[in-house]
Design a protein around this ligand. Structure first.
Ligand code: ARG
Ligand code: ZN
Length: 885
């Protein structure tokens, strides 16, 4: 474990490396506890002159076995080797030399899942961000690009499969005598220079499915997906998604694949979602394996998105990589944008956009508004692994989307083309990226660039006035940005707001704007206050603004409930239509919260309840859209809206009250639509069928909300023929009818049915971890002792412990502090094995200051208890100290 040293890395300290490594030859002798790694590095000075300083290579928990330069073993006086650094003081007087390093590692004991480790008996690697230095000493930084040749040797029975990056050049036991008996080898060569974080190997015994893809220019690419034996059929959807991604990237971005093979390997122990290693993507099996009995529609959508994301990295990340880790959003934000666009094209654009925005608000907004806030391009870090955040990824994607909104689709594409052309083979920066868009469009993006440099969610206030006599509409806009950690003074942002003025017939009124700041249907808000006048407006319109969520902001608009209801029924922009309804929900919920806190019973406007019913019945809207329109803001969303002295119990009560009111007002219609959405044909994971299931399951939740209404969900559970319906029915039973005999029976049935399927048992953990109420603290404690749980496996930890803290407001924030205590203990237990995963789940504490004083105090005590542990990892110490600061 990398113990915290207090060292802080700063963007302004960036210096190119004095030494380069044009070529890297690696030989691995794979063994569970004694893997020998021989690295032969061609080292060249950047200056072309003999070296004038020591060569310092990165390491992490390494054991050096031998060291030679140009074939000559170094004597002990000329270097110092520690587990985390190799310093060679005496170097040849030449601009190029060969350094041979032998290290020894123990994959079996590597529970941090960074570097070379074992998962279900297979050898695998994860090198991003700084895992390569856990394999050999290296210049482990993304701007040092090298051409790799990798020779793998292993026991032929234990690891018949040997994969690495690039193309296979040789394999076998041909050179008889050279290998010990029972061992074999394979040699892989990757012609594309790459940074060390993109290195990967896999050795093991796996099943596979194969396919092929012919690129636009006629290159034949062999595709392989490797999974646990017996699960091959479950990789079919991932393979189809891969081929669709490859075609889409050609059609939409003009990007073709560049090697003869593309392999994907699914492993069951993985810290993140997946990894884009050149030609050899390694995946969390959760994002590969799917069939109707074990995967939900959300799982299918996740697979499609992650397969695409990692594939798209081949151009945005691999061909063009990052100069340093401060530039992480250069590849991640851009690649998320690309995978979002892909999914939008494969599915329904409006539905996809709403789901994105819900995710952004639930994850990124609280990050940006709390103690862990940081710019999309950070300036400092103590532990880079803690910056794989929704700010870098999702807000990073929003920033790219805004560039397209500002430039228009055509100039955006020209900018991307120029970026690929100019920077292919580079380790680039955000400045490089912005420059291409400035060049192709002639626009000045310097104010816009603040989206990369300033943390925090801007808020925009809008007021509209209509002057019937003058036939004029005036918009007043005002922007503000609250201080964030270490950024007390903020500069004004360039905020692109897509808008429309909606006439009484529901259509947009063609408008003429007087003055600057409007271009087509986009308002460019650049000043603190901005006033825009529209002339020749025939009637009082209703303002629809931030359509499509064109900017990731908080919007406060003076608008009557009637106008919002009008938009919720008529806005031609489906996102804005959904937003109008969601705003109405939010207002009703915050009011109900205050009523409940005041000791009274909340009531809801009949017009709102009727609007919900009309939306549910509206067959002009696709079922997936209606399902989203019927989904109330989550407890976390409501908490964010309330802002401070949060009482999670009152939030839950308010939300439940609205659910019951909507259900009571629309019971008959909901029951009818519920029946109408029943499946007709065989199962398909496509968006249309998934949409029908999601509407049906949302309705099931409403229909099962009244106390005792357990029958429909129980029978739905029993008759379910796919995982979407089965898990949804189980969740409704557990969350709405907790403790009923039907719920107890269904939970037991689910467990016994899916015991051998860890990914399905994760759902069972998640559903139970999110049962509202304090009693869940004990449930989670007991489930941590369940035979299906493993503290070593990230998916299990996230499903049970992570979900409990991140998605169960009333249990995690139990007033007596028992939820915090359980969680803090679990975090420390995870940390001893896997600091990255511990640090990630510990971010659940981030909103602690917005709680009411009693809970705040208990949360702080739990955080302090963690921080007082000695020898905390750099990962966890960084999160805990920033959260407390
Ligand atoms: N680059 C990977 C992706 O596609 C994420 C890997 C992050 N790994 C880590 N240990 N921080 O998003
Ligand atoms: Zn990525």
């Amino acid at each position: 474990m990398r113990v915290d040293t207090g060292q802080v890395f700063k963007l302004e300290d960036y210096k190119p490396s004095e030494f380069l490594i044009p070529e890297t030859k690696l030989t691995f002798n794979l063994h569970p506890t004694k893997t020998l790694v021989q690295a032969e590095l061609t080292i060249r000075t950047r200056s072309g002159q003999p070296p004038n300083a020591a060569l310092v290579l990165d390491g992490d928990e390494l054991v050096l076995r031998s060291l030679a330069i140009n074939g000559k073993v170094l004597d002990a006086a000329s270097y110092t080797a520690t587990p985390d650094r190799l310093t060679i003081n005496e170097l040849p007087q030449a601009d190029t030399f060969t350094l041979s390093i032998e290290t020894e590692v123990a994959p079996e004991h590597n529970k941090a899942l960074s570097g070379l480790y074992r998962s279900s008996g297979n050898y695998t690697t994860q090198c991003e961000a700084e895992g390569f230095r856990r394999i050999t000493y290296f210049l482990d930084r993304p701007d040092v690009l090298s051409v790799y040749t990798v020779r793998l040797e292993a026991d032929s029975k234990e690891a018949p499969l040997l994969l690495s990056n690039g193309n296979l050049v040789e394999r076998g036991p041909v050179e008889s005598g050279a290998l010990d008996s029972g061992r074999h080898f394979a040699v892989w060569h990757d012609p594309f220079p790459k940074p060390s974080y993109l290195f990967a190997l896999v050795g093991g015994d796996l099943g596979s499915i194969k396919d092929s893809f012919t690129t636009a220019s006629g290159r034949e690419v062999e595709l392989g997906i490797y999974v646990e034996h017996g699960k091959e059929e479950r990789a079919a959807y991932a393979m189809a998604a891969l081929k669709r991604s490859m075609r889409w990237d050609e059609e939409v971005f003009g990007r073709e694949y560049d090697l003869d093979v593309f392999n994907i390997v699914a492993v069951s122990d993985f810290n993140m979602g997946a990894m884009e290693n050149k030609g050899l993507n390694i995946f969390n099996d959760k994002y590969v394996l799917a069939d109707e009995a074990t995967a939900s529609d959300a799982d299918y959508a996740g697979i499609e998105a992650v397969i695409a994301h990692e594939y798209f990295h081949n151009w945005t990340g691999n061909r063009i990589t990052c100069r340093d880790w401060f530039q992480l959003c250069l590849k991640e934000g851009l690649t998320v944008f690309r995978d979002h666009e892909f999914s939008a094209d494969q599915r329904s654009r409006a539905v996809k956009r709403i789901a994105e925005v819900r995710g952004l608000r639930a994850q990124q907004f609280p990050e940006d508004q709390g103690p862990l806030a940081h710019p999309v391009r950070p300036r400092r870090y103590r532990e880079i692994n803690n910056f794989y955040t929704s700010t870098v990824y999702e807000k990073g994607s929003e920033v790219v989307r805004m560039i397209r909104t500002i430039l228009g689709a055509e100039d955006f594409r020209r900018g991307m083309d120029l970026y690929f052309e100019r920077h292919d083979g580079d380790a680039a920066t955000i400045e490089d990226f912005l420059r291409v868009f400035e060049e192709v469009s002639g626009r000045d993006l310097s104010q816009f660039a603040l989206w990369y440099h300033q943390a925090g969610t801007p808020s925009v206030q809008v007021a509209m006035r209509h002057d019937a006599d003058k036939r004029e509409v005036t918009l007043h806009l005002e922007q503000a940005l609250a201080p964030t950690p270490s950024e007390s003074r903020k500069r004004l942002m360039h905020i692109p707001l897509q808008f429309g003025l909606v006439g009484q017939d529901g259509r947009d009124i063609a408008v003429k704007a007087a003055g600057e700041g409007v271009e087509g249907d986009v308002i460019h808000l650049r000043k603190r206050h901005q006033t825009i006048r529209f002339t020749d407006v025939p009637e009082r319109p209703v303002l629809s603004i931030n359509r499509g969520f064109s900017a990731p902001i908080m919007l406060a608009m003076e608008q009557t409930a009637e106008d919002r209801m009008f938009l919720a029924r008529h806005d031609s922009d489906l996102f804005a239509r959904w937003q109008a309804l969601t705003t109405l929900y939010t207002q009703a919920l915050t009011q109900a919260y205050r009523t409940i806190r005041g000791g009274s019973t909340p009531e809801f406007a009949p017009a709102l309840l009727a609007l919900v019913g009309d939306t549910a019945r509206n067959e002009a809207l696709e079922p997936a859209y209606r399902a989203l329109a019927l989904s109330l803001p989550g407890e976390g969303d409501i908490a964010r809206e309330i802002g401070q002295t949060i009482d999670p119990d009152a939030i839950l009560a308010a939300r439940n009250a609205l659910v019951l009111a909507i259900a009571a007002a629309n019971a008959d219609d909901f029951a009818k639509i519920y029946e109408a959405m029943a499946a007709s044909g065989p199962f398909s994971p496509d968006a249309a069928d998934a949409g029908r299931r999601s509407l049906r399951n949302v309705l099931l939740d409403y229909l099962s909300a009244p106390a005792g209404d357990v029958k429909r969900a129980a029978s739905r559970y029993e008759s379910a023929t796919n995982m979407t319906d089965r898990a949804a029915a189980l969740a409704v039973l557990a969350h709405r009818q907790s403790g009923s005999p039907e719920t107890v029976a269904a939970l037991a049935d689910f467990e016994s049915r899916f015991r051998p399927e860890p990914l399905v048992i994760d759902k069972w953990f998640q559903i139970q971890a999110t049962v509202p109420g304090t009693a869940t603290v004990n449930t989670v404690r007991e489930l941590m002792r369940h035979s299906g749980f493993s503290i070593d496996n990230p998916n299990r930890v996230r499903s049970l412990v992570g979900t409990f803290a991140a998605a169960n407001q009333t249990a995690f924030h139990a007033a007596d502090g028992s939820g915090y205590k359980l969680f803090a203990d679990a975090v420390l237990e995870v940390e001893r094995r896997n600091p990255q995963v511990a640090a990630r789940i510990a971010t659940a504490f981030r909103s602690w200051r917005s709680l009411e004083p009693g809970r705040q105090d208990k949360a702080r005590q739990a955080l302090v208890a963690i921080s007082q542990h000695r020898d905390l990892s750099s990962d966890l110490r960084d999160i805990v100290e920033r959260t407390l600061a």
